[in-house]
Design a protein around this ligand. Structure first.
Ligand code: ZN
Ligand code: ZN
Length: 361
């Protein structure tokens, strides 16, 4: 491509559709109408020593009950700003490996890390369980593979095992004897706190009690464009704090419970991780310092907005990608604010003061 063609291409991408300069009064063609393949910037901070990977561990294709091809699922994940997906078709047939193979080619082209997986599917109380990092997803097919045998087989091959949507479809997220047994044997490593538009607050407590990784997942069946207002919201996702952007690092991170679950601008997880994550997203600058008070400029570098509330119900909003200008008296600097969208248990939120923000870690 020569330089002038390059400039032409750039201007085509930036400008509204127009007519080509050439052509005649017999024929002209609209140009510049082709939509570029673009990725939305899903901005989340890294934390000390780790890179934050954005992962969707629960994705369906048209090989079971999803609506898109495996290739489309990967391209869509890239456009949604993700780094990692697991294709988790149901163990209803033996086409899961084919779905993975088709997705793998596109994943390599787009730089998406793809996890080989399957959703073991039974009715409650067993429910649905994702087995990630399995060698041969098709081998989990068949009604003869009973739940105990399936989860033991997955655990034996070192899978990362997630109990999915525990509150679906009966709105009851309590643990059955089956789950308690396999939790005690460390065969369940994670649970979905968020699945699509559902939130199971009690799962944050289970994560603490059983040392599980909290997960947010889309469980996407239709297209992302149909399901989400992609101009202003991101799909439910898991933030994974990994040493590197590789599957091996990712597996190490999830097994060490270094995750935060995300959905609809809400975060859930371990208090220490959440605290470092939120503080890493914010830059604070003090301007206009007076004897008894000062003005603080708080820049939120992430795609997640934060809402703070103090015991007097006073609210501070820190919108995604913007700088908030806030005047605070010195005597209020140590007041604790609840971050209403950051959940550290079923009943509590992350708490931060201005002193925490200023001193950071
Ligand atoms: Zn399911
Ligand atoms: Zn599913």
């Amino acid at each position: 491509m020569n330089i002038s063609t390059h400039f032409l291409m750039v201007s085509l991408l930036l400008s509204a559709p127009t007519f080509a300069q050439n052509g005649s009064d017999q024929f002209k063609e609209f140009i510049g109408h082709t939509k570029a393949d673009t990725r939305r910037e899903f901005k989340v901070p890294n934390i000390t020593g780790y890179k934050t990977l954005k992962a969707d561990f629960h994705v369906h294709t048209f090989y079971t009950d999803g609506q898109l091809t495996p290739e489309e699922r990967v391209r869509e994940a890239w456009r949604d700003g993700l780094d990692v997906i697991a294709i988790t078709d149901h163990n209803w047939n033996q086409t899961i490996n084919t779905a993975y193979d088709r997705a793998a080619k596109t994943a390599a082209e787009y730089g998406i890390n793809l996890i080989k997986a399957v959703e073991y599917t039974d009715s409650k109380p067993i429910g649905h369980i994702n087995f990630l990092f399995v060698e041969d997803p098709n081998s989990y097919w068949g009604k003869n593979l009973k739940p105990d045998a399936a989860i033991e087989k997955a655990a034996k091959e070192g899978a990362f095992i997630i109990y999915n949507h525990p509150g679906w479809p009966d709105k009851n997220s309590s643990l059955s004897d089956f789950h308690k047994k396999h939790l005690a044997a460390k065969r369940i490593h994670a649970m979905e706190v968020f699945n699509a538009a559902e939130f199971y607050p009690v799962v944050i407590d289970y994560c603490k009690e059983y040392k599980l990784a909290p997960v947010g997942a889309s469980d996407i069946h239709a297209s992302s464009e149909k399901l989400y207002n992609t101009e202003r919201e991101f799909r439910p996702t898991t933030f994974v704090f990994a040493k590197e952007n590789t599957l091996e690092s990712l597996k190490e991170a999830v097994k060490a419970q270094r995750t935060i679950a995300y959905a609809y601008n809400n975060l859930a997880g371990d208090e220490k991780l959440l605290r470092e994550f939120v503080l890493s997203a914010l830059d604070i600058e003090i301007v206009n310092k007076k004897e008894d008070k000062a003005v603080y400029l708080i820049k939120n570098n992430s795609s997640i907005s934060f809402t703070l509330q103090n015991p007097d119900q006073f609210h501070i909003n820190l919108p995604a990608g913007k700088t908030a200008r806030i005047s605070i008296s010195n005597k209020n600097l140590t007041d604790k604010y609840d971050l209403l969208n950051c959940h550290t248990s079923s009943k509590s939120n992350l708490q931060l003061s201005f002193t925490d923000l200023i001193s950071k870690f």
